[in-house]
Design a protein around this ligand. Sequence first.
Ligand SMILES: Nc1ncnc2c1ncn2[C@@H]1O[C@H](COP(=O)(O)OP(=O)(O)OP(=O)(O)O)[C@@H](O)[C@H]1O
Ligand SMILES: [Mg+2]
Length: 722
Amino acid sequence: MSSILQVKDLKVSFRTSGGTVKAVRDISFDLERGKTLAIVGESGSGKSVTSKAILGILAGNSIVESGEIIYDGKDLLKISEEEMCKIRGNRISMIFQDPLSSLNPIVRIGKQITEAMLLKNKGNRRAAKRDFTNTLAVLAQNMKAAVGEAGSARVDELVKTFDAFTMEALKQETAYNAAYAAAEGLVSDIEDFLFLGGKNQKLDVRARLKEFSGKLKTVKNPYLSKSADAELERAQGTLNALASAYKTPAEGAPVLNTEIEGALNNLKALLTRLTAGTRPDFFGIGFYLYKNPGADLTAKPVDEVNRETLSYLADNFMNEFMTLAEKGLAYSAAEAVAKKQAALNALSDAEAFFSRGDYDKKSALVKAKEISAVVEGAIDRLELNKDPLAYTFRTSLVSGVEKYFTAVVKNPREEARFAKQTAKRDALIAKGKNVDWKVVPKTVYDLDELKAALPAVCARMKARFEENIAASGSVEFRARAEGLIAFFKAKASEAVYRVTKQMAKEKAIRLMEEVGIPEPRIRYTQYPFEFSGGMRQRIVIAIALAADPDILICDEPTTALDVTIQAQILELINRLKDERHLSVIFITHDLGVVANMADDIAVMYAGKIVEYGTADDIFYDPRHPYTWALLSSMPDLDTKEKLDAIPGTPPNMIYPPVGDAFADRNKYAMKIDFEMQPPEFAVSDTHWAATWLLHPDAPKVTPPAIITDRIERMKRRAEGGN
Ligand SMILES: Nc1ncnc2c1ncn2[C@@H]1O[C@H](COP(=O)(O)OP(=O)(O)OP(=O)(O)O)[C@@H](O)[C@H]1O
Ligand SMILES: [Mg+2]
């Protein structure tokens, strides 16, 4: 199992006029790839604060007191807002409770979905352009260094040409893509029309035929329709003629005649043929047109054009460019090897420094930053297979130093707490009192371990550099040059890959279909108020999916919906999770909602996770009285008994209780529950609960009958197989 997101010791507070609200108090969990983690708890338990912390959208008065949120090798709590923007909505998307809060009431649904796509595409184009330009600059620098003064002007010339023809001429690809998308769009428009016509709907046949004929113009592109322009012309004429000749049929008669059907089917076949053809290689075409402005390449079949322009590119540019690129790569690699060689000593020094251990925080941080700069300086920036060890060296070392010194301060406090409580307990026992509580075990960090991790980071890096140096003799620079060109090609393509409105529309319609919206082509142009609540939530899901995220956070996505619709939306989220390999965090106050969809469940109360386990653990073997309370208030089809509402109210989080926060409302509470925070008692490998009832000395308590009965029923049903 691999986790895609890790939350560690997250602690979030809010400053308010009444005091500091301790909303989330030290929670940790892992989201496994492709799994659903449900976070369940009453209102105010800190569920939304947790999810907002992940997305970096906490309110302005929030303080993240401690913690890490690790995603994709980065701590989301530490990265810049600019970096966070690339993740939020793109890699991690969120669905809120009230769909209307995510929708603009006066903008058509289609536009709201496509906007997200167009925006993302704009960001992608920019990032690709930046990658292209930066890498090309580093390459140019190394090529020049490799050939020396004499060849420098030629390198400049070649690089300029390369930049110009890829970026400029590949814009043709955009035009091609747009025409391609228009052809695909028209095919599905025609399918819709034939379908509706077959159902004898009230169609304005004349207007639609004219519309199709008009759209045929957008399909024309020299590389897409060159062999078929005459056919398209003819089809246009046929459609116009059919439109003029069309007579509204008698009431009840079919609105489409065989002539129209035939013409549309022919057109559909023609368009399908166009989009099935070979894709032009715009890299070659772009270069050819750059060198021969005004040349006409459209007379020949695409296969031939591809072949000819690519060989022209090789002869007139690429061979020379590749040879120089190889030299540049070799130069850059040799430089990096020399720097790695030099870094070995510095790394040994740093390793020795951290092994000696006679540093204070300041000198340790200075050393960590100094050695990080050396390591980063030895990275070969033209190596496309980025070595994560070198790229994250700085973060590992600096955060290791910080962790150690934090523990140095915190450990004595924890020791003092432990000593004080032990003394208190001993004193009570000495007085002959009956003490029914135990002192919470110490949670002190192992300083030796934290300290030993620091030289280990340096040693690991050193070993990696040694490997790199040893392997440096056998690098294939020709292959790497080819890889680099492929990288440039891909980035150039991305940089000019403009998603047109028409393309976005097609993708949006496919998405609407995917989330279960009937007749998406009609729905596309409607406003949010024309949709039911469930349909609106489907639209919000479509918007969240528009950017193809890895993680979907659903914060009470079905609370505003009635029960049958709720079930449909849950089913939809489940299906999308499987089909798109999403990892899902599902937040709800209703355990019943997650019964069939969660893999793991974290039960939250007053800013803490009080019980954690697989869905089976939580439903078949719940241990925390709060989980019992949640289960007892959960309706199910078989319960005849009256449901138990959870008595009392959650605690005031400005002054959170010292012991188990649920003690006040817990009829099983013992004295110690009011005095001391229970630790996490393991029930099994997958299951733990923070309740004193799991202490070996605690009295045996069985869960309420309403729960044990239900568990019995569930088990019988599972065994009975229905
Ligand atoms: N901006 C804020 N300022 C002050 N307190 C806040 C702020 N945001 C949240 N809180 C407090 O943090 C605690 C946790 O809130 P959170 O929104 O996470 O609850 P929740 O579990 O999502 O509940 P619900 O089911 O009602 O959505 C609550 O006590 C809430 O009052
Ligand atoms: Mg909430």
